[in-house]
Design a protein around this ligand. Structure first.
Ligand code: ZN
Length: 117
């Protein structure tokens, strides 16, 4: 399951970050993910909970923030937003082109903040 491996790497990264602050117990982890990162937040939350259950991090909150999609038209350079998978094929507001948009934001998966004690 994709979410399980994502949750595991996020947890490892969060643990390393906490350790760097001299902390051992995660309290809150904030993750930002792009609309096109292929993340299902509910599934990711469940995996995170399953992984932390029975560990020092049990009860740690996973905060998931979805970053809106931002596209740039390769033909005229217009930057515009969109929502969902189909948004990549939204006609460019500048020139009307429907293909060849560059995803400037939307594929990220970032560990943004770690609160630990
Ligand atoms: Zn354009």
């Amino acid at each position: 399951m994709h979410e399980m491996s994502v949750a595991m790497s996020l947890l490892t990264l969060a643990e390393e970050t906490a350790a760097g602050q001299g902390c051992t117990r995660l309290m809150r982890v904030r993750v930002e993910y792009g609309a096109l990162a292929g993340i299902m937040p509910e599934a990711l939350e469940l995996c995170f909970e399953a992984l932390t259950r029975g560990t020092a991090h049990e009860g740690a909150a996973l905060e998931l923030v979805c970053l809106p999609l931002r596209l740039r038209c390769v033909f005229c350079g217009t930057v515009f937003g969109g929502e969902g998978q189909e948004a990549r094929f939204t006609p460019c507001p500048g020139c009307g082109e429907v293909a060849g948009h560059v995803v400037e934001q939307g594929k990220e998966l970032l560990l943004r903040e770690v609160e630990a004690s």
